[in-house]
Design a binder for this molecule. Structure first.
Ligand code: URA
Length: 273
């Protein structure tokens, strides 16, 4: 039988090590919360969203379906396609239980910035700060991103920011291909609904997802392509992730070239002076 005594110093460190190895590296509360018990099932959210849709005579859009839940990319596609606005997409994602990342995240990190912007930035995944606050790029790498944007006259009122997955992977690991595949239909729909003229991806995983390639970021960064993302076409370019730049300051020179190239593209497209 286990002894009922306080842990000593070494035992406490061993417990913390064990938690860290399991990906539990942030304390969010003293009491466990059963989030499944708090949530209405996705079907009722979809039906509420369907009730908000205009009648068929005003809209050609098909009524929202209410498919069953499970880790099935086809289901994710059907749910994502049913969103007629970013607000609906966020609500549907908030109720979506198909991606396991959600289970260990504090909350959904959907987007930040201006939904009417012509520029969309796509990062990899929320980190600890983003998970706590509920917005992308609010931690150290977000602060660097803000400085990169400011260097070419941009700020969050002029860009829209999202991630390839909207929940924090435990321990900040890279999302698995399965997790990304389940979240991709939602990201595609987000791109369709924002309809940016220009997309900039941040880091390797976001670049590989959006450019649909297995090439590395060092080879791909700075090269413009006219991409179809979901059913939306945009000019797209990849740059290095701000977190990588924080670890490798020498690479900032390359990122600066990419930001200048972004600025030139915006001028060329008549999106800034
Ligand atoms: N890194 C990302 O890729 N996204 C965030 O939102 C924060 C850090």
């Amino acid at each position: 039988m286990a002894e009922d005594r306080p842990l000593n110093h070494d035992e406490m460190l061993a417990v913390l090590d064990w938690y860290r190895a399991a990906g539990v590296d942030v304390a969010v509360g003293e009491e466990p919360v059963d989030r499944f018990a708090q949530r209405p099932p996705v079907r009722s959210v979809l039906l509420q969203a369907a009730a908000l849709q205009p009648p068929a005579s005003q809209s050609e859009a098909a009524p929202l379906a209410a498919p069953a839940i499970g880790a099935d990319p086809a289901e994710a596609r059907s749910l994502a396609a049913s969103a007629q606005s970013l607000t609906e997409l966020e609500a549907i994602l908030g109720q979506y239980d198909g991606c396991g990342l959600k289970l260990r995240a504090t909350q959904l990190v959907f987007a930040d910035g201006n939904p009417d912007a012509s520029i969309m930035l796509i990062g990899e995944a929320p980190g600890a700060e983003e998970d706590r606050i509920g917005k992308p790029f609010v931690g150290k790498s977000g602060q660097l991103l803000d400085r990169m944007l400011a260097a070419i006259g941009l700020d969050r009122s002029k860009v829209y920011i999202a991630n390839t997955v909207p929940w924090r992977p435990p321990g900040n690991r890279t999302p698995t291909p399965e997790e990304m595949a389940l979240c991709l239909p939602f990201l595609h729909r987000q791109v369709e609904l924002v309809a940016p003229k220009v997309i900039m991806t941040l880091g390797g995983p976001a670049m590989q997802t959006i450019f649909d390639t297995t090439s590395g970021i060092i080879k791909m960064r700075g090269k413009w392509a006219n991409l179809t993302v979901g059913r939306h076409q945009a000019e797209a370019v990849a740059t290095l992730h701000p977190a990588y730049l924080l670890r490798n300051p020498a690479a900032k020179e390359q990122a600066w070239q990419d930001m200048l190239s972004l600025k030139l593209k915006l001028v060329e497209l008549g999106l800034v002076d």
